[in-house]
Design a protein around this ligand. Structure first.
Ligand code: MN3
Length: 197
C-alpha cells in the first residue's frame, strides 16, 4: 500500500508564494487521489504487489495493460508530488550553493540565465505537465504526470508542477507569475543533495 507522505512544513509555510489553501488542496486532495488510485491499480494486478514506485514507473511495460495507464498517471502523480513537497521549503529560494551552483553557472553562464531558460520551458508547456532539471543539468518537460524515469532516464533533481491545480487559486491563468514566484520557495539544499547523490 502506498501512502501520502506528510509535508515537512506547515500548510501555510509557503504563504506569499503558494497559499495555505492551495497546499491543503494540492497535498490532501490531489496527491491523496493519486495515491488512492495507484493503490487500486496495484490491487487489481497482484503481480505488481511489493514493487516500489520507482520499479513500477521504470518498468511500465511490465504492468498489465488494464492498469498500465492508471499506474502511469496516478503512480507518476504520487512519485512527482512526493518530490515536489521536498524540493520546496519555507524561507527558501535564493541561489544554490556549492558544486550545483558552480556547475549551473558553467552550463548556463549564470544562475539568472538558468532560471530564465527553465521558466520559459515551464511556461510553454501546453496544458498540464512538469518541467524537470536533470542530473546532467539539462532541462526537460513532460506532459501530464509523466516523469523522465519512464523513458529510462535518471531521476530529476528538481521538478516544477505547472498543472492549473498548482496555481489557479493564487494566480488564476497567469502561469508566468506562479513560475516567477515559485523560485522563492525552492529548497536548494535538498536539490543540492539530490545532485550530489
Ligand atoms: Mn500537482
Amino acid at each position: 500500500m502506498f501512502t501520502l507522505p506528510d509535508l515537512d512544513y506547515p500548510y501555510d509555510g509557503l504563504e506569499g508564494y503558494i497559499s495555505k489553501k492551495i497546499m491543503q488542496l494540492h497535498h490532501d486532495k490531489h496527491h491523496q487521489t493519486y495515491v488512492d488510485n495507484l493503490n487500486k491499480a496495484v490491487d487489481a494486478a497482484p503481480q505488481l504487489n511489493g514493487k516500489t514506485i520507482e520499479e513500477l514507473l521504470v518498468n511500465l511495460d511490465a504492468a498489465p495493460e488494464e492498469v498500465r495507464m492508471a499506474i502511469r498517471n496516478h503512480g507518476g502523480g504520487h512519485y512527482n508530488h512526493s518530490m515536489f513537497w521536498k524540493i520546496m521549503a519555507p524561507k527558501a529560494g535564493g541561489e544554490p550553493s556549492g558544486k550545483l551552483a558552480e556547475d549551473l553557472k558553467a552550463k548556463y553562464s549564470s544562475y539568472e540565465s538558468f532560471v530564465e531558460q527553465f521558466s520559459e520551458k515551464a511556461v510553454k508547456i501546453f496544458g498540464s505537465g512538469w518541467a524537470w532539471l536533470m542530473p546532467d543539468l539539462s532541462i526537460e518537460t513532460r506532459p501530464n504526470q509523466d516523469n523522465p524515469i519512464m523513458d529510462g532516464k535518471p531521476a530529476p533533481i528538481l521538478g516544477l508542477d505547472v498543472w492549473e491545480h498548482a496555481y489557479y487559486l493564487d494566480y488564476t491563468f497567469k502561469r508566468p507569475d506562479y513560475v516567477k514566484a515559485w523560485w522563492n520557495v525552492v529548497n536548494w539544499d535538498e536539490v543540492g543533495k539530490r545532485y550530489s547523490a
